[in-house]
Write a protein that binds this ligand. Structure first.
Ligand SMILES: [Zn+2]
Length: 307
């Protein structure tokens, strides 16, 4: 009943909105689970969308509290834009059950899960949830391969054109402009990653898998025993040996990750810890998707140049 009332209200609003439609009026409400998708929605949606990000650059998107303000945002959303592959499995279903509209349910044009549109890395051959692995559907951190960002830009534009046909031409124009800028950035980055090839890294969480895959860097060890499982003393000891034995050059950490394990390893090996932005807002200079990759590459180049 409640949902019917909400749907009826939304439909009535939609009719009224369409009657008043002009390209300058923001109509499509996008609920992005993470800042990278919010940034992409703003870039492709322009003035046709109002974007809200459920999380910021200092938050671990695996662990988010389904607070009332997020429930209210999801109820109003026309588009849900998230990573998927169970990154948000601890909180998004809770939000969705509290009144998300039919238009953003799975299978609808307003339901976009990035992981459904790109090749997934680290898909486990067997799933044993008893171990507590928080990547049971493979690695969900897909935005750190910039080629995936281009794929999702096109997918998002297709969805917006469908949901908001009056502004379809504007979405297509913005997409073309975004893709041209992104292709130019990819050309610049390819020269830079060529000089980082083969760099050996230790990570805390497998948050960097797509970046490492794209840039040709090698992960030699993870401080987490399994994704989501903090390191035991025995696991730390084995990481210490792997890091020394392989000549690891840098320990990568996201802004929201615990510092103790990476600091412990760094103190014993002399390998520097570098905090990378991970997403838009994860570093003061990572203010959009282009600068996210620019800053990430600059921080890694600084390590390379010091060694
Ligand atoms: Zn993860």
């Amino acid at each position: 009943m409640r949902r019917n009332l909400l749907a009826a209200a939304a439909a009535a609003f939609g009719v009224a909105g369409a009657a008043l439609a002009s390209p300058a009026v923001a109509e499509v409400r996008v609920f992005a689970c993470e800042p990278e998708w919010a940034a992409l929605a703003e870039a492709v949606g322009g003035g046709g969308v109002v974007v809200h990000s459920a999380t910021h650059g200092g938050q671990d998107a695996h662990h988010v509290r389904a607070r009332p303000s997020l429930i209210a945002r999801v109820r109003r959303a026309d588009v849900l834009f998230c990573s998927g592959a169970e990154l948000e499995s601890g909180w998004l279903p809770v939000l969705m059950q509290r009144g998300a509209r039919h238009e953003v349910q799975p299978g609808q044009p307003g339901h976009i899960m990035a992981a459904d549109h790109v090749p997934i890395l680290d898909r486990p051959e067997t799933i044993d949830r008893s171990l507590g692995d928080i990547h049971p559907s493979g690695n969900p951190h897909v935005h750190l391969d910039p080629r995936n960002v281009a794929t999702l830009a096109s997918e998002l534009s297709r969805r917006l054109e469908h949901i908001d046909p009056d502004n379809a031409e504007a979405y297509r124009a913005r997409l073309a402009s975004f893709q041209a800028g992104w292709a130019e950035a990819l050309r610049r980055w390819s020269d830079r990653v060529a000089r980082l090839q083969g760099m050996k890294v230790v990570v805390y969480h497998e948050a960097w898998a797509y970046f490492l895959h794209w840039a040709g860097l090698t992960r030699v060890a993870s401080l987490e025993a399994l994704p989501g499982i903090p390191p035991s003393a025995a696991h730390l000891q084995s990481v210490l040996e792997q890091a020394r034995g392989t000549g690891a050059e840098v320990i990568l950490r996201a802004p929201y990750e615990p510092r103790d394990a990476s600091s412990w390893l760094s103190a014993r090996t002399g390998i520097p810890v570098v905090e990378l932005p991970y997403t838009v807002g994860g570093h003061p200079e990572a203010t959009d998707l282009v600068s996210l990759f620019d800053v990430t590459l600059t921080l890694l180049e600084e390590v390379r140049n010091r060694s």
